[in-house]
Design a binder for this molecule. Structure first.
Ligand code: GDP
Ligand code: ZN
Length: 459
């Protein structure tokens, strides 16, 4: 059981805005009351009520902050424990002061990262996939990744996994009956039944796993390299993409020290632009490709945006790059279409398919939507918008789904070669347990026994 009370600033700390301090645990209300002066008595107050008052230093009597205090008594709270939220006016100094006052008594300690969510899980408020989704939610950088995380937080994945487990429990019960009453007619249909139900479960797992690569892309972004000769418009393209994304652009230090990544979205598709520092340096690209870091950035890329200038003849270096990219996931950007077309584009069209070629004018911001459509088609079969947003993108989930699938395949194969069903049952049960692990259900033999005893009794 959780005994202690924790507190932390739950909002990003900055000047000006509202900051929320969240306190959770058995002493949350009593401890908050020690430094809260108000007309209302929060110790006796009802759950889900908001109280106006002041934070006062209990020792000096000094008024520190004017706040709104919200009480949520367990279990109707995020953590299932008593929770107090103190909304202050913000201002780093004031918020820290309030938090310090709360911590000073010694009965409240500072929360570890993610500890509120962890408690919600430990207290059975949310399951593991939902807890993981909350973490993704905080980290998600694009709108799209955000809605995927939202859906998962709402329990979409766990709902599907629970349905799968429900079917497997039914199957297990069916097998159990057959073991108990082998003389019944059910015996003959059991092998077919096992194959059918395991097959259905496998198909559902496959559907979930198929979303894994898309989920990964949505979460981590499409690793994108912009390449082309000097002056074709790479920096301009980069700036156009970044410009559109001013609000959410973040600099992520790359895996290699020199490679700087920039994260932008194009119509909801997250792109991780690789080696943008190199582009900004406007170094000669052919030379740059010789450089180790650019080479590995290119090899890593999920998507290459290869920029050409239609206002110029094809250059031998362009042909070199075309050869190099012909079998890569590349979109050829014929840029500067606002200027007279000098290039003989048929040479490009001979190597790349029409779906891979986009005519645009970065300067006039024309053609970016077409680029967006092309990328959607490449990575999501063009159906991103309407897609079911249950994306499996967590490595742990993918691994467990894979294990469960294998167990079901084992069960089907064992059935095929006539292995006794009480042995086959073990595989099905393993799959059920692996799916249980996914949503954080503890696996107990007694629970399974209980389920079966009920089934048999009811029969
Ligand atoms: P980079 O060397 O490939 O990064 O090319 P830059 O982005 O630095 O662009 C080189 C020059 O081309 C700059 O003067 C840009 O303003 C210009 N430029 C880029 N895109 C276009 C375009 O679509 N049309 C026209 N007319 N000029 C462009
Ligand atoms: Zn440039």
């Amino acid at each position: 059981m959780i005994q202690d009370t924790i507190a932390a600033i739950s909002t990003a700390v900055g000047e000006g805005g509202i900051a929320v301090i969240r306190v959770s645990g058995p002493e949350a209300i009593a401890e908050s009351a020690k430094c809260f002066r108000s007309k209302s008595n929060i110790v006796t107050a009802d759950s889900h009520t908001v109280h106006y008052g002041h934070i006062v230093d209990p020792i000096s009597g000094e008024v520190v902050e004017e706040i709104l205090l919200t009480i949520m008594r367990g279990p109707r709270s995020f953590t299932s424990e008593d929770v107090v939220e103190l909304s202050t006016h913000g201002g780093v100094v004031a918020v820290k002061r309030v938090l310090e006052l709360l911590l000073r008594s010694g009965d409240v300690r500072i929360a570890e990262p993610g500890e509120f969510t962890k408690r919600a899980f430990l207290n059975g408020r949310i399951d593991l996939t939902q807890a993981e989704a909350v973490i993704d939610l905080i980290r998600s950088k694009s709108d799209r990744a955000f809605s995927v995380a939202m859906k998962q937080a709402e329990g979409m994945l766990s709902k599907k996994v629970k349905a799968l487990r429900h079917n497997l429990i039914e199957l297990l019960a069916h097998i159990e009956v057959n073991i108990d009453y082998p003389e019944h007619d059910v015996a003959s249909m059991t092998s077919d039944y096992i194959r059918e139900r395991c097959g259905e479960a496998c198909a559902e797992i496959d559907r979930l796993l198929k979303t894994a690569s898309e989920g990964k892309i949505l979460r981590e972004g499409i690793m994108t390299a912009i390449v082309g000769r000097p002056n074709v418009g790479k920096s301009s393209l980069l700036n156009a993409l970044v410009q559109e994304n001013k609000a959410i652009v973040t600099d992520i230090p790359g895996t290699t020290r020199d490679v700087i990544e920039e994260y932008v979205t194009l119509g909801g598709i997250p792109l991780r632009l690789l080696d943008t520092a190199g582009i900004r340096e406007t170094a000669d690209v052919v030379e740059r490709i010789g450089v180790e870091r650019s080479r590995s950035a290119l090899e890593e890329a999920d998507l290459i945006l290869f920029v050409l200038n239609v206002n110029e003849e094809l250059h031998p270096d362009d042909r070199l790059l075309m050869e190099q990219f012909r079998n890569r996931p590349v979109v050829v950007l014929l840029n500067k279409t606002d200027l007279p077309v000098v290039m003989n584009t048929s040479e490009v069209e001979a190597i790349f398919s029409p779906e891979q070629i986009v005519r645009l004018s970065v300067l006039h911001e024309q053609g970016l939507e077409t680029l967006e459509d092309v990328i959607k088609r490449m990575f999501f079969g063009g159906e991103l918008e309407s897609a079911d947003l249950t994306y499996v993108s967590n490595v742990r989930h993918i691994t467990l789904l894979g294990h469960a699938r294998q167990s079901l395949v084992d069960a089907m194969e064992a059935t095929d070669i006539g292995i006794p069903i009480d042995i086959v049952q073990i595989d099905v049960r393993t799959a059920w347990e692996q799916l249980g692990e996914l949503i954080g259900d503890s696996v107990s033999d007694s629970l399974i026994d209980q389920i079966f005893s009920q089934f048999c009794l009811g029969k």
